[in-house]
Design a protein around this ligand. Structure first.
Ligand SMILES: *Cc1c(COP(=O)(O)O)cnc(C)c1O
Ligand SMILES: [Zn+2]
Length: 448
């Protein structure tokens, strides 16, 4: 079934470069095993000459592709004919200028922006990718799908599968999933399988299960997902009056977002739609800092696509030998073998990116700050503000630069971390509940 679009899949390994039609669901290069990218013949696509033309589509609330904050930008991810596109209203998110946090960090007050992706239908940025991947799944006629997940992927997959009628199985590691996310997968009707292992174990199993049973795979290994995630950057630029910020700060887990953002900026620049590419800071948790270690200490780099695979293989062999399992309260980034590592290295190259790791304590304090003065977020998202604090202190980000932090998930995803932080007075912003006898005068005494 050949479907004519201007898009094709291409292996990211320049030594291979194999190309495949978008109607194939292969998820990895069958020739060399490397990651696949979606590429476009731009001269066959009627891309608007100016980004502002995309903004007008907000007005068309009655027209499904325009109603979506992803498909409003459809010419920039043109791999799927309109009749297969599905949307449940994802991507209607906001960029919040946050003066109190900027001041707290010692920045010029109008220079900090928080891109709140918790407003998505399933409460995390994952929906931006799922609308794209599920549209592709519909286009190729998939009937059942699967994913491995630290939580939000399963919530998002379960919701999209249910709304477009696909059977769905999600794999989660034992014990480590936040309850908000697990509850969504069950509520949306997904078959949930808990594997005795961590996320990296689940990721390996799900790939084999998908091949064995012919299931459609929805991890960020799926290159169509990353096409949807590019739109987070388009919306940040839109909210800044179609200007790029100086910095994008993003948490790093499986490195899908950072990869997608780098690709988005490279394409916008190539199309002449922006003239300057922002820099990118990717923030790990110290308990899951593979990227930080590989890039900062072992000097792993994109190197024009000639990535030194031996550095990666040795690093992973060492993790295995030490029986290393990552640990952080930011469960969404508790990953030690990031699937999109190589694409992320490319994004670092495109955006002059840098990588830092922050402790769980720093993450929790930053999360409380975002709750106290912003719209709130889950722990992984708060790594951005914690990382920004480091980079300001190091003088890498200047206090007058415009910075957009991507808040990837909703605060109610992981209430345990929040409640523990506050009730046990774990940090400088703890705000524990007070207890009072059932007595008016005693209650009044407590009120500040
Ligand atoms: C999945 C997820 C991440 C990690 O994203 P990557 O793009 O895989 O690095 C970060 N934060 C939240 C809330 C997530 O759900
Ligand atoms: Zn290949």
């Amino acid at each position: 079934m050949a479907m004519k679009t201007a898009a094709f899949q291409k292996c990211i390994n320049p030594g291979c470069g194999a190309q495949f039609d978008c109607t194939e669901s292969i998820f990895k290069c069958p020739r060399c095993g490397d990651l696949l990218d979606i590429q476009y013949n731009w001269d066959e696509i009627a891309v608007p000459k100016k980004l502002a033309e995309f903004g007008r589509r907000w007005a068309n609330r009655d027209k499904p592709p325009d109603f979506s904050g992803v498909w409003r930008f459809r010419e920039l991810l043109d791999f799927c004919p309109d009749e297969h596109k599905i949307t449940i209203g994802e991507g209607q998110t906001i960029l919040q200028q946050n003066r109190p946090i900027a001041q707290h960090l010692g920045m010029k007050p109008d220079r900090l922006f928080l891109q709140y992706e918790g407003l998505n239908p399933s409460g995390s940025f994952k929906d931006n990718g799922m609308t794209a991947a599920f549209s592709h799944a519909k286009m190729v006629g998939a009937k059942s799908c699967a994913c491995a997940s630290t939580g939000n992927t399963s919530a998002s997959v379960a919701l999209y599968a249910q709304s477009c009628g696909l059977k769905c199985t999600v794999f989660i590691g034992s014990g480590r999933i936040a309850f908000g996310k697990l509850s969504q997968a069950m509520d949306y009707g997904a078959q949930t399988i808990q594997i005795q292992g961590d996320f990296d174990d689940c990721m390996k199993q799900v790939q084999d299960v998908c091949v064995e049973l012919g299931l459609y795979l929805l991890n960020s290994l799926n290159p169509f997902r990353l096409e949807g995630q590019k739109t987070i950057m388009f919306r940040i630029i839109e909210a800044l009056g179609w200007q790029t910020p100086d910095w994008i700060v993003v948490p790093g887990g499986n490195l899908g977002n950072s990869s997608a953002f780098g690709k988005a900026f490279a394409e916008l620049k190539q199309l002449g739609l922006i003239d300057r590419i922002p820099r990118m800071a990717i923030i790990n948790a110290t308990g899951a800092d593979t990227l930080t270690d590989l890039v900062n200490n072992r000097k792993l780099a994109w190197n024009g696509g000639q990535v030194d695979q031996k550095i990666i293989d040795d690093y992973y062999a060492d993790l295995t030998a030490r029986h290393f399992s990552p640990h952080t309260c930011a469960s969404a980034i508790e990953i030690s073998r990031p699937v999109n590592l190589k694409k992320c290295l490319r994004a670092i190259d495109v955006c002059k990116g840098i990588v830092r790791a922050v402790t769980d304590e720093e993450i929790c304090d930053a999360k409380a700050l975002i709750g106290k003065f912003g719209l709130g977020c889950e722990p992984a998202s708060a790594a951005t503000v914690a990382g920004l604090k480091h980079l300001l202190a190091e003088g890498i980000i200047a206090k007058e630069e415009r910075v957009a932090c991507v808040l990837t998930g909703h605060p109610l995803k992981d209430p345990n971390v929040t409640v523990n932080y506050h009730k046990d007075r774990q940090g400088q912003f703890s705000n524990p509940p007070l207890s009072a006898p059932n007595d008016l005068q005693e209650i009044i005494k407590l009120i500040r």
